[in-house]
Write a protein that binds this ligand. Sequence first.
Ligand SMILES: C[S@@+](CC[C@H](N)C(=O)[O-])C[C@H]1O[C@@H](n2cnc3c(N)ncnc32)[C@H](O)[C@@H]1O
Length: 399
Amino acid sequence: MSELHHLLTLPHRPITEEYYFPKIQHFLKCGVPATYTLEQAAAFEKDSEETSESNTTPLHILARSLPKDLNNEENEVILKIFNIFFEYGAGWNFIDFEEKTIGDLVLEKGYTKDSMLYNRLIEAGVSAELLLRKVNGGDIEFIEDEDILNDNEPGSENTDAPSEIQDVVTEDTDATAANPSTYLKTKLEYKEDSLITKENKDGVMMDWEDEIMKLAANTIFPDLSNTTDSIVLNIGFGMGIIDSYIEEKKPKMHYICEAHPDVLQKMKEDGWYEKPNVVILEGKWQDTLNALLDEGEVFFDGIYYDTFSEHYEHMLELYDVIVGLIKSDGVFSFFNGLGADRQICYDVYKKIVEIDVAMYGFKCEYTTIDIGNHLPDWKDVKRSYYNCTYYYHPRITFI
Ligand SMILES: C[S@@+](CC[C@H](N)C(=O)[O-])C[C@H]1O[C@@H](n2cnc3c(N)ncnc32)[C@H](O)[C@@H]1O
């Protein structure tokens, strides 16, 4: 362990600025990277060029060393130490030798999601994500599992799918979950309680989301006392759970946009094409909704978005379309699996969505719901795409 690493085990109490700041600043000013890992220090000691999968950074060591009995003054000092490290380029999303982020460790130490320390990490995550977009010249590069692990979605359901953060997803070369064009060519299989990709067993949709879909169906009707005049759009049919809830409300028109041939076939078999108020937009929303926009004849009271294998960059494109298709008092919502593989990522994305939609004059309000009892054991699918025990349900409207 290097001297800097040792210092962050907080060997000296009380924790004061006077004791810690000059020492920390000395190391950082001398060029020790704020991201210098235990693994790098060990390789250096062994004079080895071996690289490690994990990245246990100074802030991980600090988070692991936080005493249970910190007083307020000491807490302030810790926060300032975090600030110093972030100023020197520390990362918020590295994964350490136990596959934990700094945020995971801070929460484990008993800090709440409202604590200043945890919120400082979220702030660092939001800034890093937004900065990354800028330095990529507008090309968005989101956090994926691999990135998180090695510093460098969502294989999950859409935004359930991949983002840097978004989903701590591995980059399988055959990952249907991570690549929209591969996914659309992949055979699907309907099971009793899920829709999965036949070969890879990626969960496209699972019925544990039923409660969320019920809530979402209510959300996209701005006036629940009069749903029969509403015109609504659902993007991504999947198992048709939300569409069934929408139909119960007998909307005037119910548009469904769906791209996958196997899903469209199922919709035919189940009679969705015969429903008098249902319009099926066959194809990717990127094509069908832009065509609707060009026609300029239909505007929606409510729009829901829940696709598969799409990334947050797709959502950013979607906002351009939504703003043109939604009525001024309409509501937009989406399945929020953004970063839900990890609590800190989920919290970072919660904020990023607020910031992004605000650019369009929208506000995003979240309802937090406890879903701990609804989560499946994931044994029938290749990997879990949702690991938080709560859900941030978004409701987006014009300010
Ligand atoms: C997670 S499922 C939707 C589940 C749905 N909310 C429900 O309640 O059952 C995602 C669906 O989006 C569809 N999809 C994926 N990419 C799409 C795209 N670009 N345009 C339209 N549909 C897409 C998938 O084929 C799949 O049927």
